[in-house]
Design a protein around this ligand. Structure first.
Ligand code: SUG
Length: 426
């Protein structure tokens, strides 16, 4: 059976809110305290999934995790209903965060053609750098173990030890002649926190975490590159590599300031994958600041059924003059990316999550995946109806901890799991 790329998008959870929890993520900080619109956010996400499906691509889904998280709150001596204690505002917001929607951070994935045992390996990401994200992985791994339960084809690993921060596929790229051919896996880590103007942003990906994942997946060391992210990219707000670079098959699409040693990185890629095409956007055309503000690189670079490559970008990128100018010139040239496809995911973008953050790529035969995690138009219609009926219209951060909101958010997720026949995740 054919191995194809399946994009597993995270459905935006009913507790989606803007709490300003992610130091180094400029959108999260800039929108802290704003009113969020969970229903609109989830419908935007579903429209993006439908867009990919309509392009003729395989599309999967991960369900939101339990939020507010009773296990996290309980371990901190806090309770779900808590309307009175402003001192615990950040911890409460952490327990309510819908951040698991950004499934590019759920795990790192090495497809079967790359691994020593010929299985697709997935390692859940520990996400330890941010408290609100550090609580995700035990529930994430439960979901991965259901979706990829077929042990002939998949191996799912627990997160690596929390002494080494791991943010999953957001700091991992794979290049190959084709999805089903053996690939070159690129692990991007930060060894220095980014500092600018007296402030310091954390490097979230530790090199040792990346190396551990490569060993756990049984990768051939000759087919792995460990690449340092440019500290100035972290300082400018690229808290993950996928904010400044994305790869698909033989193409790497990158900002020239993404890596600490760009020329050395390109040479190492070309030495191992001679057919590699590296599309570099110079800072003279799109500054690092514009690249990060627009999320041009937080794009889904996809091989379409026609064989052409398309770039699914956020509308913010299409609307930014410097980015639009560069994209127009690229489309007029003879480059490998032939189509640009803007999508509206503004509610997620306002927390620093673009089209690429919202999906985890798994190269596999869809017939080997639990069908409850795969989508077609009819299942999308069902999800649309559940979200329209149950997701709160809006959340003010001051509402977190309120009993009525907690009840409606918990009931909304239960309705979704029911519709997906995923009661065991309850
Ligand atoms: O981890 N934002 C997420 C965005 C993740 C984007 N993912 C990738 N680039 N792959 C983060 O910083 C904001 C939550 C808040 O502030 O309420 C947040 O978690």
């Amino acid at each position: 059976m054919p191995l194809v790329e399946i994009n597993f998008d995270g459905l935006v959870g009913p507790s989606h809110n803007y709490a300003g929890l992610s130091l180094g993520n400029l959108a999260s900080a800039g929108n802290a305290g704003d009113t969020s619109y969970p229903r609109a956010a989830a419908l935007q996400g579903l429209a993006k999934m439908r867009h990919n499906l309509t392009l003729g691509l395989a599309q999967g889904l991960f369900a939101p995790l339990p939020r507010p998280n009773p296990a996290f709150l309980g371990a901190l001596g806090l309770s779900i209903i808590d309307e009175s204690d402003p001192a615990q505002r950040r911890l409460r917001a952490a327990a309510w965060s819908a951040s698991a929607m950004w499934t590019a951070n759920a795990a790192t994935v090495s497809p079967a053609p790359d691994t020593v045992d010929g299985r697709c390996h997935l390692t859940a990401a520990n996400l330890v750098t941010m408290p609100h994200r550090s609580q995700e992985w035990p529930d994430t791994v439960r979901q991965l173990r259901l979706a990829f339960a077929n042990r002939t084809h998949f191996a799912v690993h627990n997160a690596v030890p929390t002494c080494f921060g791991d943010e999953g596929a957001a700091n991992h790229m794979r290049m190959a002649a084709a999805h089903d051919a053996p690939g070159l896996e690129l692990f991007v880590y930060g060894s220095n926190n980014g500092s600018i103007g007296g402030g310091t942003f954390p490097a979230r990906q530790h090199e040792q975490a990346s190396r551990a994942v490569a060993r756990l997946h049984g990768l051939d060391p000759a087919c792995c590159l460990f690449i340092e992210q440019a500290p100035e990219a972290i300082a400018a707000g690229a808290f993950h590599n996928d904010v400044v670079a994305v790869a698909n098959e033989r193409v790497l699409f990158t900002h020239e300031q993404a890596f600490a040693d760009p020329e050395g990185t390109y040479a190492a890629i070309r030495a191992r994958l001679p057919e590699a095409e590296i599309v570099v956007v110079p800072a003279s055309a799109v500054s690092l600041t514009d690249a990060i503000r627009s999320y041009l690189f937080n794009a889904q670079l996809l091989t379409l059924p026609t064989g052409e490559m398309g770039l699914v970008i956020p509308t913010e990128a299409w609307e930014m003059p410097s980015v639009r100018g560069w994209l127009d010139a690229m489309l007029a040239s003879n480059g490998p990316i032939r189509r640009v496809l803007p999508v509206d995911v503004r509610q997620s973008m306002a927390n620093g999550g673009g089209p690429a953050c919202l999906r985890l790529r798994v190269v596999a035969d869809p017939a080997t995946v639990d069908p409850r995690f795969l989508l077609d138009h009819a299942r999308l219609d069902v999800l649309h109806a559940v979200v329209a009926a149950h997701w709160p219209e809006q959340i003010d951060p001051a509402d977190l901890g309120r009993e009525s909101l907690a009840r409606s958010v918990i009931a909304a997720r239960a309705a979704l799991l029911d519709a997906l026949d995923l009661g065991e995740l309850g």
